[in-house]
Design a protein around this ligand. Structure first.
Ligand code: SF4
Length: 53
């Protein structure tokens, strides 16, 4: 990944958009969503821009 977006920290190394050696996303922006009808904790939210490597 050549681009590192220092505004988006991320530790999901299995994602093809992860910046690699550094824990950032390489995209300009991401979409965050939820899989719950009524989200209550952070585990209820998802990065919808995730793509497996
Ligand atoms: S797309 Fe989402 S999961 Fe993937 S590196 Fe960026 S922030 Fe992380």
């Amino acid at each position: 990944m050549s681009h590192i977006n220092q505004s988006i920290k991320c530790t999901v190394e299995q994602c093809q958009h992860h910046a690699g050696a550094q824990n950032y996303c390489s995209l300009d922006c991401i979409t965050v969503g939820t899989h719950e009808a009524c989200p209550t904790v952070d585990q209820c939210t998802d990065c919808l821009s995730f793509r497996v490597k």
